[in-house]
Ligand binder design. Structure first.
Ligand SMILES: NC(=O)c1cc2c(=O)c3cc(F)ccc3oc2nc1N
Length: 329
């Protein structure tokens, strides 16, 4: 096989492997066996070793790569990554809705999303290739964790449709089962346990060695377009569909509520049993004004947008409430 034939085969193998990655991790509908997948990957690795000039950083063979770092590089986000105001009860939600309608001067529909209990990341794709990943940090400057994010199988190294430029916001989380396994291993090894999946995810993503991150079974849901050229969407619901079409992992649950009363009704459906049945932790629901044209009209305070609010589920066990009281004291 000469270089030209090798190049062609490498391109074909990369496309095949990314397609199977997408089917396996995002659609959860693999069409080949693990063994067949491994055979494709082995062939790609062998060709890249034989022809090093064909090796590129976005190759699927490079997910778990990169030497350990000394420390993290700072990354300034293209826009401030704000946090959400909390709503704890119906009254808070009615207040939120009243302020929204005062400013927009009309009826507003809301999109409800689960509030994944993980840590925020910003992902940058240039010409469809995953180029930069960073933690939220203080909202303006985060830590560059690209190599660690690449180890998350759900994170596509290349979008299914190339775009000149896309920055998205998502939540890296550790599924409940992975959290339980990790703490069992740490108990076995006499190491300190992580308090909850959110801390475990943060500790796993902010590792200096990508190989450690790769061993932690992190996952990801993407939920917001921060910046994009070459496309536009009119509503948050359309934004989630747009992100999913690009091959980014998007949470399957979303509820379009025509007004705040419909939000209050839907919230009641999120019983502790329904949350316990999820394979990941959520600490609430995010209520967003669905019409994106209203977001700049509503704007933001220094801390949080006026067009979204986080409804927090009431603490479940009495012990949690006692802990909260102690912490408050
Ligand atoms: N954890 C989450 O699953 C989640 C978090 C946020 C945010 O933190 C968030 C923060 C903003 F300033 C604006 C929108 C947001 O939307 C969000 N949507 C979500 N689904």
């Amino acid at each position: 096989m000469d270089l030209a034939e090798a190049r062609q085969r490498v391109e074909e193998l990369r496309r095949l492997i990314e397609e199977h990655n997408y089917r396996y991790y995002v659609l959860d509908q693999p069409v080949i066996s693990d063994r067949e997948y491994d055979t494709l990957m082995q062939e790609l690795i062998a060709l890249e070793e034989t022809y090093p000039e064909l090796l590129t950083p976005d190759s699927p063979s490079q997910r778990v790569g990169g030497a350990p770092r000394e420390e993290f590089n700072p990354v300034r986000h293209p826009e401030v990554l704000l946090s959400l105001n909390d709503a704890f009860n119906e009254g808070d939600l009615l207040d939120f809705d009243r302020r929204v309608r005062e400013i927009t001067g009309g009826e507003v529909s809301y999109l409800i999303e689960p509030k994944i209990d993980g840590l925020t990341v910003a992902l940058t794709y240039i010409d469809g290739v995953f180029s930069l990943g960073a933690t939220r940090g203080d909202g303006q400057v985060g830590e560059e964790v690209t190599a660690n994010l690449r180890t998350i199988p759900l994170l596509p190294l290349r979008l299914r449709r190339p775009l000149p430029y896309l920055v998205v916001r998502g939540e890296v989380y550790m599924p409940k089962a992975a959290f339980a396994r990790l703490n069992a291993e740490r108990e076995e090894a006499g190491e300190p346990l992580f308090a909850n999946p959110r801390n475990a995810a943060a500790g796993s993503l902010r590792q200096l060695d990508p190989k450690v991150t790769a061993s932690r079974n992190l996952s990801l849901f993407v939920y917001q377009v921060i910046s994009v050229t070459g496309a536009q969407v009119a509503t948050q619901a359309a934004a989630l569909d747009f992100l999913a079409e690009l091959g980014l992992p998007v949470n399957p649950y979303r509820f379009l509520a025509r007004d705040i009363q419909a939000v209050l009704a839907e919230i009641k459906a999120w019983t502790p049993e329904r949350r316990a049945a999820l394979p990941y932790e959520i600490d609430g629901l995010v209520i967003k004004v669905n019409d994106l044209a209203l977001h700049p009209v509503l704007g933001a305070t220094a801390k949080a947008p006026r067009w979204a609010v986080a409804y927090k589920f009431p603490a479940e066990q009495a012990t949690t409430r006692v802990e909260e009281i102690i912490l408050r004291v």
